[in-house]
Design a protein around this ligand. Sequence first.
Ligand code: PAF
Length: 285
Amino acid sequence: MATRMKILRTIADLYAWRSAQKEAHRPIALVPTMGALHEGHLSLIRRAKQEADAILVSIFVNPIQFGPKEDLDKYPRDFEGDCKKAESAGASAVFAPTPEEMYPEGFQTHVSVGPLSECLCGKSRPTHFGGVCTVVLKLFLASGCDIALFGQKDYQQYQVITRMVKDLHVPVKLISCPIVREADGLALSSRNTYLTADARKAALSLPRALDAVADAWSKGERNLKVLLQPVGDAIAKAGGRLDYAEIRTAEGLKEFGEKADCDAVLAAAAVFDGVRLIDNRLLRF
Ligand code: PAF
């Protein structure tokens, strides 16, 4: 008989749940989220079920990964809807703490990952990855998870967390899962709900511009300037503003010289009517 999904609000609740899983020798998989769950998150939960017995979904809009002018206050929240979706995808428990539970009075320890956090999104969001790594490490430690799953859409985030796990000897296996897209190609994101109908149309220029680069790559083009030059124009033509489009090494996000010479990632961020979206493509050499 299926047991009902547990809702855990405090670190003490989480420890009690974790102890029960450990006693029953049930490996724990963690799917960290900020809620507003969509098919992308649900695909992580379903994949987690193939990897472990106890599936924990964290729902926490982490204040320390937002910059002062970013969308912390308006970030979409739908706790009841999220719980229904998480349960139907197979979650065993949801951990949904308050900010005070995660960052009580006196909190002052932060994780900082070096240059990997400073390029790409790190340029316009300088405190973002420190906030992500701090909360992710706290979730790893408090949940005692064996496995954690992340979406490939946040490609840099996965690289930064992979570095942190390696550098700090964190005994958690990381799994990156494919990007889930709308039928027309827009990558699913909780922030898509901010888009007006016009901005939604314009936002399609982002995946389309990346497809065009991937197409040129597949035909053998390796010159970065030639590959990237059309991206900004395509997005501007649609009414958006390119934040960055770069091609870097797929592992470690290192810069290339004039030409790419190994597996690469094409990563980009663009703003449509005030909504900042990211997307990427893996480019196999
Ligand atoms: O990718 C996200 O939703 C967040 O950055 C994460 C990993 C849940 C940390 O708050």
